[in-house]
Design a protein around this ligand. Sequence first.
Ligand code: FAD
Length: 476
Amino acid sequence: MKLNRRAFLQWLGVAGAGLALPACVHGRGGGGERRVVVAGAGLAGLTAAYELVKLGYDVTVLEAQSRTGGRVRTHRDGFSAGQYAELGAVRIPDVHEHTLGYAKELDLPLVEFASGEALYYLKGQRFMHREGQPWPLELTPREQQRGLGMASEYIAAAMEECGDPRAGTFPRPGALAKYDGITLDRYLLSRGASADWLRLYMAEHSSDIPTTSALAGMAYEAADRHWERTFHIRGGNEQLPQALARRLGDRVRLEHVVVRIEHDARGVRVWYRHGGRTESLQAAHLVCALPFPLLREVELLPVFSEDKMRALRELVMAPSARLWMQTRTRFWKAEGIGGLKIAKTDTPVERLWDLSSVQDGTPGMVMSYMDDANARAFSAVPEAQRSEYVLRHVERFFPNIRSEAVAFHGKSWAEDPWVRGAWPAMQPGQAWMLPVVRRPEGRVHFAGEHTSLWAGWMQGAIESGKRVVREIQGMG
Ligand SMILES: Cc1cc2nc3c(=O)[nH]c(=O)nc-3n(C[C@H](O)[C@H](O)[C@H](O)COP(=O)(O)OP(=O)(O)OC[C@H]3O[C@@H](n4cnc5c(N)ncnc54)[C@H](O)[C@@H]3O)c2cc1C
């Protein structure tokens, strides 16, 4: 159904108030085919709801928390000068057309991260690297010449074999057999990468390459291979889900925890807990935009097909963690250090990113970004001692950090009760899951970054939300 003029005008006037359609979903008769329940008001669920409402569907979104946005979370408390931390999504690559498209559609201005020189702290050596200079590392002659540019050489070699995720040809069967069973670090070593180059690569990107599947790593690299510039929503990325939620108005019900899904060929009944009561909604379709660790706890009647249940059990979430520090000044600039990634290290605090480069005011806003074993080690430290833990490592390469840091905020995503991890950490041998996690089960449709090739990105959440809308439309 296309929006008629009246509905379109209503749509234009919704900011803050929501569309004036009935908020409740009951029964299947009398237009019930267009009733949809969405579980989860992260970016994926909100996208699905927003696009469905545009098409005239009658949508209710059930969200467990008292806020929308899930992993897109801008934290302001405790920081001065109007500055903020991003606990989840920070970057919007110029190749993420879905995220950029929404920023434009929702009228959210962007700001670009400037490039700059990072400080390296590797094997106990503190240095900056200028183009053409030798690296103080044991690299192959070609790695010495090209530095991190070797990533495209090592990975591009397999990309042709793997197929193109954007063209729907990924992964080709040959690649599946060859690259699914090994980790990304093993693959890189097999291509001739030196151990020190891996150290450099991890300091740049993430320490998780010894545990993630080579094929998954290649999917992410291939999908974004033309990425050059990086953006952010001016004033904080959380404005994106907030803008969607505003347009949905009272269709979004907060503190509604989905606990049971009943489904058959004709429709769904979704049970939720709210204010001490358990109630249900009936609809023609359910968009399930819950992270898998939470969906595991929802009672399913009947259970989904065997491979879907296996994926639900076996999908592993990465334990990413961050500690944000507001600093009195942007002291690193005195050394000519700049850009988003100001320090790349092989210490337990991994990488330091500077978000003040896209914020006003004189203080700095830096975070230590830890993955995998480093994130687990950070999360094992009692919460009250986590700032001290990070300071102790950071002062090895920024000796003045103690006198500079004035406010802190930590986030361990593995501890977040509504996600229990940051994004899927695809293990070797798990490529079979890629098509299974997103496949609908009758009238239950699966959205969420974990169902997209852009897992771990807002782009993946938005893309998946749009995909389930096409699925629902396809069912009439
Ligand atoms: C550390 C980190 C860094 C990131 N960096 C970037 C980045 O730089 N750029 C980028 O584009 N993306 C980034 N991302 C990824 C991006 O934030 C996510 O891909 C995206 O926000 C996921 O959206 P989602 O809707 O799939 O899931 P979520 O945001 O997790 O939403 C799921 C929702 O379901 C709700 N829920 C859970 N259980 C229930 C239940 N039983 N009943 C009802 N509701 C429930 C949750 O409360 C939540 O609101 C990052 C993520 C993290 C964690």
